[in-house]
Write a protein that binds this ligand. Structure first.
Ligand SMILES: [Zn+2]
Length: 188
């Protein structure tokens, strides 16, 4: 059976048996926190548990590597919406050790795209017309530096309320141990 069919079959039972009831809450985070973290599978349940958060406590924004590509892109917009529309009073940017984005090689990824049918001419044309594809796809060498960079970008964003603390942390995806990179209570 295709995964989608399995999901839909399960979902029908889930709704019918009212298994949603244990998750019922509002769209406003009880702990007034928004977290930006990585899409890594190991963090899916563990990160909130390692921080003692449950459903309803926080907003989570995810991107590969917890990276903010652009100061006026979708990730930054999500953080601003969380602060201004959904009552988040603190921002946490949490990278993790052993992150897939640390080992991304843009040249190899472009090769994979070509192998899967993306026309080489399309890629060449984009690069000739000034799109920095390799820069866009590139990850980071050092997660601590990357988190510090993101905190700096958010902290100095012209549209962010300067009283909102922006914290930077790195989590161990095996043990859940958090290390503080930037304590946002000190850089306001
Ligand atoms: Zn990651």
């Amino acid at each position: 059976m295709a995964l989608l069919d399995e999901i839909l079959e399960y979902n029908e039972e889930f709704v019918k048996e009212k298994r949603y009831e244990e998750f019922m809450t509002t769209k406003f985070p009880d702990k007034k926190v928004v977290i930006l973290t990585c899409m890594d599978t190991r963090l899916f349940e563990m990160l909130p548990k390692a921080m003692n958060f449950k459903n309803g406590d926080i907003k989570i924004v995810k991107s590969a590597g917890a990276v903010i590509n652009h100061p006026f892109g979708g990730i930054m917009r999500s953080l601003l919406v969380a602060v201004y529309e959904l009552n988040a009073d603190e921002i946490y940017i949490i990278g993790h050790h052993d992150c897939g984005m640390a080992s991304i090689n843009p040249e190899k990824m472009l090769e994979k795209m070509k192998h899967r049918g993306v026309d080489e001419k399309t890629i060449d044309m984009m690069e000739y017309s000034g799109v920095d594809l390799k820069g866009w796809l590139r990850g980071f060498d050092d997660v601590t530096e990357s988190v510090a960079h993101s905190v700096n970008m958010v902290r100095n964003h012209p549209l962010l309320d300067t009283t909102v603390p922006v914290h930077g942390l790195v989590i161990d995806p095996t043990t859940g141990k958090l290390d503080v990179v930037v304590n946002g209570n000190k850089n306001r």
